[in-house]
Design a binder for this molecule. Structure first.
Ligand code: ADP
Ligand code: MG
Length: 275
């Protein structure tokens, strides 16, 4: 079956100021149902790109298409019902006066009955572990809790495409894993859900379908994780590391122990070796 393009980015150029270009001719496609990670060191333009994909920023030149529809002033309303972002800083995203209001916010202009909405809000608050905090105000929450609320608010909208911009950066490792599993579960329930995750977590990138690396304002790599992280030296040159489990696999390969490509976790490697 031919993969269906859901996002097409074509020759995108962007600068905040006239004489400085942050993104220099970016092109790539995202396919329906993919889980793509976008990585690159701080300041490489990841958040800027995320904002261009949802028309929070307007490109200097180049185009973005969502399901074949060009992103512009006219189409934005339509497209906003398909794509959503969880922003890097949860404070910029918290709009409601309480957790409950905030999760409900996006649902409010969708003509949903009050009781259905209340149920949906509770359901998603539960999914992110915030159902005991529905009446709390943002001042009473930690950064990580605000991130959980932001994630619930986006997930509740049942969008086709979600961009997570370092959306779990303030959670502890267990929290990060919990949210990652939640998103994977939602993808399992709805295989057409397309996810772009902007992350510093190389291990997460290794588990995604495809990795796009931004470097120096350009797409430096755009490939399956195995290929992207193949060359440790090359990754170091752009200040990126390779996944821990891949290091172990490389060490083993140097001793002629080849672990199959589909094994992507330390537990998997351990099980394989103990067979
Ligand atoms: N609102 C802004 N005005 C001017 N420059 C900005 C603004 N936001 C980001 N930048 C600059 O754009 C570059 C890319 O930033 P950003 O997209 O946030 O990168 P990343 O998310 O990869 O860390 C950085 O040099 C940053 O300082
Ligand atoms: Mg960023």
């Amino acid at each position: 079956m031919e993969k269906e393009k859901i996002i097409e980015v074509k020759d995108l150029i962007f600068g905040y100021e006239k004489d400085s270009t942050i993104l220099k001719c970016i092109s790539f496609d995202i396919f329906k149902g993919e889980y793509v990670t976008l990585i690159g060191h701080n300041g490489s333009g990841k958040s800027t790109l995320a904002k261009l994909l949802s028309y929070i920023l307007e490109p200097t030149s180049g185009k973005v298409y969502i399901e074949g529809q060009e992103l512009n002033e006219k189409s934005i309303k339509d497209i906003r019902s398909k794509i959503g972002i969880v922003f890097q800083n949860p404070d910029n995203q918290f709009i409601g006066s309480t957790v409950e209001d905030d999760i409900a916010f996006g649902l409010e202009n969708r003509n949903i009955k009050q009781d259905v909405m209340k149920k949906t809000v509770l359901e998603f608050a539960k999914k992110v572990g915030m159902d005991k905090f529905l009446n709390k105000e943002p001042e009473e929450l930690s950064g990580g809790q605000k991130q959980r609320v932001a994630i619930a608010g986006i997930l509740a909208l049942n969008l086709k495409i979600i961009i997570f911009d370092e959306a779990t950066s303030m959670l502890d490792p267990e929290g990060v894993e919990e949210i990652r599993k939640l998103i994977l579960n939602m993808k399992e329930e709805n295989p057409e859900l397309t996810v772009i995750s902007i992350t510093h977590d190389i291990e997460e990138a290794y588990l995604s379908d495809r990795v796009i690396i931004l470097n120096d304002g350009k797409v430096y790599k755009n490939d399956i994780p195995e290929n992207v992280f193949k060359d440790e030296e090359e990754m170091r040159k752009i200040d990126l590391d390779i996944p821990f489990v891949l290091k172990i696999k490389n060490e083993l390969a140097a001793r002629n122990i080849i672990i199959p490509r589909e094994i992507k976790t330390i537990e998997g490697v351990a099980n394989y070796l103990c067979q």
